[in-house]
Design a protein around this ligand. Sequence first.
Ligand code: F6P
Length: 357
Amino acid sequence: MKRIGMLTSGGDCQALNAAMRGVAKCIFHSGEDVEMYGFLEGYKGLIYGNFRMLTPADFSGVLTKGGTFLGSSRTPFKQIREPDENGLDKVEAMKQNYYKLRLDCLVILGGNGTHKTANLLRTEGLNVVTLPKTIDNDLWGTDMTFGFQSAVNIATDAIDCIHTTAASHGRVFIVEVMGHKVGYLTLNAGIAGGADIILIPEIPYDIKKVIDKIEERNKNGSKFTILAVAEGAISKADAKLSKKEYKEKMKNYKYPSVSYEIAAKIQEKTGYDVRVTVPGHTQRGGSPCPYDRVFASRLGSEAGKLILKGEYGFMVGYKNREIVKVPLEEVAGKLKMVSPDASIVKEAKLLGISFGD
Ligand code: F6P
C-alpha cells in the first residue's frame, strides 16, 4: 500500500492538472494498492490539514484544463519558520499532518519558493518528489518547466495583435511580459512576435540606446516599433544601485510598472505616440498548449515511476532532451537566468533586435 499526498503551490500555470494526472495515471495503472490525498491551496492545506481523498475520477478530463483543481497559494519561504497568527509552528504542523495520514511521500508541484520549502521538508525527514512548474522557466536543474511554452504562446499572440495596430498608427508599443527576475518568457515571446527591442532583467538597458533603435527604424521607413519588456527590466543606472537604494527609489515610484516609465521617457524624448499593453495574468491562464500537455504528462509519469520505486528527494526535470531526476538540494534556492552571452541572445542580436545594452 502506498499513501501519497499531492499539492500545488505558488503562482499557478497551465498544465498543473496535466502533470498531476500523469503522476496519478502512472500510479493507479501500476496495480499497486494506493491511497491518494490532495492538499488544498498549496502548503496551506498541508499546514492546516485541509485535504481530500483523490480517486481516478479526479484526474479524468483534466489534461486540457488550466489552473489547478487543488487550488494554490503563495506561502513565502522566508516566513515558513515563523509561527502563524495563532502561534502554530508551520513546519511542525506539516510534518504532523504527513504522519497522521501515514504518507509514504508528498508530490509537490511548484516553482522556486515552493522548491525551497520542499527541500526543507526533505531535510526534516519527509519523502518528497517535486515537479517543475512556472511560466518563468527559471528553475535550476531543468532546461524546461511546464507552463512556459503555453505562456510564450499567449505573450506572442499579444505581440502579434499589437503588430497590426502599431503599424496602422505608426506608434511605439510596449508589451509588458511577465517575469520579475528572469527574462526567458520575454526573450522567447519577443523573438517569436518579431519585437524590435527586447528588455530583460539580466541585460540592463540604456534608454538612449532604446531611443536610438526607434529613431533608426524611423529613418529606415518603419514608422512603428514594438518593445517586449519584462516586468523586471532594469536600466543600467538602476542596476548599479544597492538593493537598499533600489528599494528606497521604488517607494516613491510614480509609475504602475517599469513599462510606463520607459514609455514616458520615450515619449518625452522623441514626441512619438507610445502605448503600453499588459497581458498580465492571461499569460498564466487558459488551456495548456500541446507541448505542455505532453511535457507535463511525461514528467508526471516519471515522477510516478520514482514513487513506485521508493526513490525520493528529487525534482523530475529535463536536461539535454532527457527526463532526469535532480536532487532537491541542488535545485532549492537557485535561479536559472538568461545569460547575456547565451547563443539565443546573440542570434537575436544578429536578427537586428536591440536589447538596449
Ligand atoms: O512566477 C510566476 C509569475 O507569473 C511571474 O511571472 C509574475 O511576476 C508573478 O508570478 C506574478 O505573481 P502574482 O500572481 O502573485 O501576482
